[in-house]
Write a protein that binds this ligand. Structure first.
Ligand SMILES: NC(=O)c1ccc[n+]([C@@H]2O[C@H](COP(=O)([O-])OP(=O)(O)OC[C@H]3O[C@@H](n4cnc5c(N)ncnc54)[C@H](O)[C@@H]3O)[C@@H](O)[C@H]2O)c1
Length: 382
């Protein structure tokens, strides 16, 4: 027997991808014990919120986050606001006993992320952060192969997340919250690098120390669209880091939103003593593998098309194998994981990322920023 559970979404930009997935999940994973209902959406501009509500079928609209969080019909609070607005609504929702979903990164700095983690743990509610790439077939398969020991002992990780699909490489792109540390925390690192870092932790393990460099390539931008007045950007456009993992592996991370030609270049390579895997989000349905014993002496990597029924998640999707898996489906899969955790009191981790993962991710980003300032290796706390 299924039961409805009310969802309230704060914000409607990435919030759209969330609304789409909340609507799809019960159909894709039918039958589910909990079926989400889009109860309420909040945003600052009345007409825009009403448009979203009509488009996705939300019952109610709010112009502020507080009233949405307090709404008794809202049992899941899904925070899709700018990063500086992650802590307070999420902490209030925890105190009201709601289940918590929050977009990445958890907070601007680790101290705020810790407050969120503590509130969620005190309230004993389910908490999950939106590292949606963990729920893609190719990445889930890579994780399975690593956990089964098929790559042997993991020795190194190379990760990058580079884009220009936001047009941030254009100096005429005007100021927005992503360029202000008071709202975003860091720049490309908080926006993009945090995803690659999550995959480093997910696939390889905890990071113990980092050495990083950061640069702001476009130092000033128009205050608003077309304005001749300029504002100073105080975040990184580019971060490059070297990482030591607790298990002895070494890694690198590079993230930038000023990288012409890159659309959504989230890429990683994991090398072990017996083989390696490589992935790029720009080729979302492919995983390259090289298993030394089998593939040595051949022409190199085999490219798996991860769309067969025996690949992770694919039996849920389309009847024709090879029909394709898209970015939007990763949100469907992560919400399925979250809803089952609530209905069955099942753990979110290790496959899903909890606020503990969000907090540890923030600790590493803080260590990278400290290292860039001090020009020294920095140990990651915790
Ligand atoms: N998982 C992913 O793939 C993914 C992708 C994009 C964004 N995100 C994350 O989602 C969150 C929101 O990012 P976004 O790209 O949707 O941002 P955005 O600026 O496009 O949208 C922000 C939303 O918050 C609302 N808002 C409320 N108060 C605001 C304020 N004071 N200033 C600005 N906006 C305010 C806006 O109306 C809008 O609906 C961030 O944490 C971001 O990192 C995640």
């Amino acid at each position: 027997m299924s039961k409805e559970i009310g969802v309230g979404v704060l914000g409607y930009s990435i919030g759209r991808a969330h609304a789409h997935a909340w609507r799809d999940v019960a159909e894709v994973y039918h039958p589910m014990k909990l079926v989400p209902r889009l109860v309420a959406i909040s945003g600052r501009t009345k007409a825009a919120v009403e448009f979203e509500a009509e488009k996705y079928g939300y019952d109610k609209v709010y112009s502020d986050w507080e009233n949405l969080v307090k709404d008794e019909d809202v049992k899941i609070v899904d925070n899709c606001l700018p990063v500086s607005l992650h802590p307070e609504p999420t902490i209030m929702a925890a105190e009201l006993g709601k289940s918590l979903f929050c977009e990445k990164p958890l907070a601007r700095r680790a101290a705020d992320a810790k407050r969120m983690l503590d509130a969620a743990e005190r309230a004993k509610v389910k908490h999950m952060i939106g590292y949606n790439y963990r729920f893609m077939p190719a990445i889930t398969l890579a994780k399975q192969m690593i956990d089964e020991g098929r790559l042997g002992k993991v020795t190194s990780f190379r990760g990058s997340y580079l884009t220009t699909n936001t047009n941030y490489d254009n100096p005429e792109t005007h100021m927005r919250w992503q360029f202000e540390s008071a709202m975003s925390g860091y720049g490309a690192l908080s926006d993009l690098g945090t995803h690659a870092l999550d995959l480093a932790r997910y696939l390889v393990g905890e990071v113990s120390a980092v050495a990083a460099a950061q640069s702001t390539i476009i130092e000033e931008r128009p205050e608003s669209e077309g304005s001749p007045r300029k504002s100073k950007v105080d975040v990184d456009d580019l971060t490059v880091a070297t990482m030591k993992f607790k298990n002895g592996a070494l890694g690198t991370l590079e993230t930038s939103w000023v990288s012409p030609g890159c659309m959504d270049y989230l890429r990683f390579e994991v090398y072990g003593t017996l083989g390696s895997v490589r992935f790029s989000l720009e080729r979302i349905n492919e995983l390259e593998i090289f298993l030394s014993e089998r593939d040595r002496g051949t022409s190199g990597y085999r490219t798996l098309n991860v769309l067969a029924k025996d690949h992770p998640y694919m039996k849920q999707y389309w009847p024709n194998q090879g029909g394709g898996f898209g970015w939007d489906h990763s949100f469907v899969n992560e919400f399925h994981h979250f809803l089952v955790a609530i209905s069955d009191d099942a753990p979110i981790a290790p496959q899903g990322a909890t606020f503990l993962d969000g907090y540890r991710n923030c600790l590493i980003m803080d260590a990278m920023a400290d290292s860039a300032k001090s020009e020294k290796w920095v140990h990651v706390q915790g």
